[in-house]
Design a binder for this molecule. Structure first.
Ligand code: NAD
Length: 379
């Protein structure tokens, strides 16, 4: 008998849509799961808008205060899809109410807050995960398998970029519904927490722990109108960030993120160079993994492009036939499938809060180094 898992969704924006789509699709494509998500309730402050979202996507009910949602006895798992400054408070309340928690990234605003969140879920004994969904893009999961199998040999370099261009105009406001990412109170930081956190999670997963960082951060537009107050206020977020790091395995890391790279909308790329082989990946072509193997046969040596659609490749036997691509939204379906699978196995679904705390610690060290212009060790 398949067991229902009643979802209480907090938020009805971009991520609420991505996650709800995943809850609706997962059992159709992963029919062996022991649990089935049920869209029990969605929460947002605007009653009319949240009801419209709930009706459109098929939620059984709605709430206008997340405090009521997390206490409802008919909710099993709380999904946190709201701005970053709300993650901690909602997670602590949900853990106290004994609910499982699926929390959007970044885990928290500060590492200290993240620690509190870890302690809360661990002492409540509730299942928890953080939506670093890029781990579940099949090409990235395949990269992990190739690295873990030792094919690359010793790793020398890890470099990653996440480039956008949507805040170049000084007319873009800070704060409010669509632009909370520019408001340091709501977002905590700029590109570091929003974009580099994805690159860092992927790097920690693929290449292990980071020892120390040296960063530079910049805020190109120093003042913007605040959407809530209408006043011109100083901008507290980092518009751009680049950092160097040492990994514990001896390799060197280089990371860059900006919202001022004209022409780029969401260019997440990474490359790993090992002694025997290299790997390269690009979000714009997410089904492909580029791979170079330094074999003995020099006349056919070269980069190859692996189209990650074969049934024996990660997750792909759940979808179409070889050669047919999947998209961004499937990474969320995979994360839900893995979360439900981990419930059945009684194991943590990675990254759990404790694992996401490592990403938080790197982000915090990067921001500190950007201010002090000194190398900062990761505690
Ligand atoms: N995993 C990813 O790739 C990814 C992508 C985008 C965003 N995110 C993360 O997801 C979270 C949400 O981002 P988004 O893009 O969905 O934002 P969004 O602006 O599209 O949606 C935010 C939602 O939160 C609601 N909200 C704000 N304050 C609230 C409150 N007090 N109570 C209830 N609801 C409230 C808003 O009404 C809105 O529905 C952020 O933490 C962000 O970093 C992750």
């Amino acid at each position: 008998m398949i067991k229902p898992l009643a979802i209480g969704m907090v938020g009805y924006g971009f991520m609420a849509r991505a996650h709800t789509n995943a809850y609706k699709r997962v059992n159709d494509f992963f029919p062996d799961l022991a649990y089935r998500p049920v869209l029990q309730a969605v929460c947002g402050r605007d009653a009319e808008k949240v009801k419209a979202f709930g009706d459109q996507w098929g939620y059984a009910s709605h709430e206008t205060d997340w405090r009521s949602l997390v206490c409802r006895p008919d909710i099993d798992a709380v999904d946190i899809c709201v701005p970053n400054n709300l993650h901690k408070e909602i997670a602590l309340a949900a853990a106290a109410a004994g609910k499982m928690i699926l929390c959007e990234k970044p885990l928290s605003i500060t590492t200290a807050e993240g620690k509190e969140m870890c302690e809360a879920v661990e002492s409540a004994g509730v299942a928890n995960t953080v939506w670093y969904n890029y781990r579940r893009i099949p090409a990235i999961t395949l990269a992990k398998q190739l690295i873990d199998s030792g094919r690359l040999g010793r790793i020398y370099h890890f470099r990653a970029n996440f480039l956008q261009d949507w805040t170049i105009s000084s007319d873009v406001p800070q704060g409010g519904t669509a632009t909370w990412r520019l408001d340091s109170t709501a977002a905590g930081s700029g590109v570091t927490g929003d974009l580099l956190s994805h690159c860092i999670d992927t790097a920690l997963w693929l290449n292990g722990k980071i020892k120390d960082v040296s960063a530079m951060t910049e805020t190109f537009v120093k003042e913007r109108v605040h959407a809530d107050t209408g006043q011109v206020q100083p901008v507290g977020i980092d518009d751009a960030c680049a950092f160097l790091c040492h990994f514990e395995n001896g390799s060197l890391g280089m990371f860059e993120s900006t919202r001022y790279a004209r022409g780029h909308k969401a260019l997440f790329t990474f490359e790993i160079n090992g002694e025997n082989a290299s790997i390269r990946w690009d979000l714009h072509d997410l089904n492909r993994l580029e791979y170079f193997e330094h074999g003995k046969d020099s006349i056919v040596r070269g980069w190859r492009t692996i189209h990650v659609t074969e049934g024996e490749m990660p997750y792909m036997n759940h979808w179409w036939v070889p050669g047919l691509s999947i998209g961004y939204e499937h990474s969320f379906v995979h994360q839900v499938a893995d979360f439900l699978g981990s419930l059945e196995q009684g194991e943590p679904c990675q990254p759990d809060f404790r694992s996401a705390l490592q990403t938080q610690a790197v982000c915090e060290a990067v921001l500190q180094s950007g201010k002090t212009r000194e190398w900062v060790s990761i505690k």
